[in-house]
Write a protein that binds this ligand. Sequence first.
Ligand code: SF4
Length: 339
Amino acid sequence: MTFANVILQWFKKNGRDLPWRGTRDPYRIWLSEVILQQTRIVQGRDYWLRFVERWPTAHDLALASEDEVLRMWQGLGYYSRARNLHHAAQQIDQMGHFPDTLEGIRSLKGVGDYTAAAIASMAFDIDVAVVDGNVYRVLARHYGIDTPINTTQGKRLFTELAQSLLPQGMAAAFNQGMMDFGAMMCTPRSPQCSECPLAETCDALHTRRVDDLPVKLKTTQVKERAMQYVYIRCKGQTAIHRRPSGDIWQGLYEPLMIENRPLPSFDGQLTLLRQGVKHVLTHRILLADFWLLETEVKPDLPSDYFWISETDLDRYAVPRLVEHLLDCLAKYTEKTKYK
Ligand code: SF4
C-alpha cells in the first residue's frame, strides 16, 4: 500500500471529530486554523464555538470593533493573530466573498503558506499539501530526513515531498489525516510505533532515530524583561492605557507599567501584592512585580493613561499577565475587606 493510502485508511478509522471538520465554509475553517496555531485543541474548540456564534460570517466579524475581537480573544495569547483576523475579515468583506484560489487566500492579512494550504484544500478541494509541525515530524521520521525543518532548504524539501505524496482529489482527507496522524500516532514524545501502520517502512524506526528526528536548529535567544505593574485605586477608579504598536500585546490594556527604572514615589499606600511573577512568551521571559497603590490623590501619569471605574475594567481586553495581577488583587481585596 502507498504511504498516502495508509494515511487515508488510518484517518477514516481514527480521525478526530472536531466541530469545524463537518463544514466546507472557508470562514469557519480559517477561524479554526488561526485559533489553533498556538493553542491546544480542547481550549481552541471553546473559543471557536464562541466566535462563530457571535460572528457567524466574515462580514459579521468585519463589522465588529477591534476591541470586541481582542476581548473575545482574551486568554488565547499571541494577539497579533486576533488583529490580523479582524483586518482580514474586512479585506474579505471588501472583496465581496471569501477568496477561492491559493494566491487569493494567501493575500489575506496574517495568512501564511500553512493556513492558505489548509483552507484551500479543506474548503475548495485544491490539491495543495499542508505542512505543519505534525507533517514535518511524520515525514522526517518515516523517510529518515535529518535536514533541519526550520531552514529554507528544509522547508522546501518537506513541502515538495508532502506535495509529491498528495493523492489528486483527496487533499482535504490526506492533509487532515497527516495532521491527525502526527498528533495522535507519531507524537513528539513516545510515538506509538508498535501500533503504527507505517512501522514496516519507517526509516527512523529501523535506524533507531525516532527520538532524533525531526531536526530543528536552535536560533532564537530568549530575552528577559522586568516589569512593575502598579494598579492604582483612587475613589473607585483606576487608570489604564492601551499598549502601543511595536511591542508585545499591541492594542490590549494594562494598568500603570514601569520598566527599566525604579518606581517613582506616590502619595498614598503602596502594597506589594506579588513579586517576581514569571511569564514566558515565545522569545521573552517577563518577570513582573504587582503593586497596589491606594490613594486619595490621582497621581500624574503619562498622557495616554485614562481613568475608568474599577467596575468597568472587565470591558477591556488585557494580557494574561494582567489577568493574573487582577486575580491577586481580588484575593488581596477579599482578605483585607473586614480588617
Ligand atoms: S513507526 Fe513510529 S516513528 Fe515511524 S511513523 Fe510510525 S509512529 Fe512515527
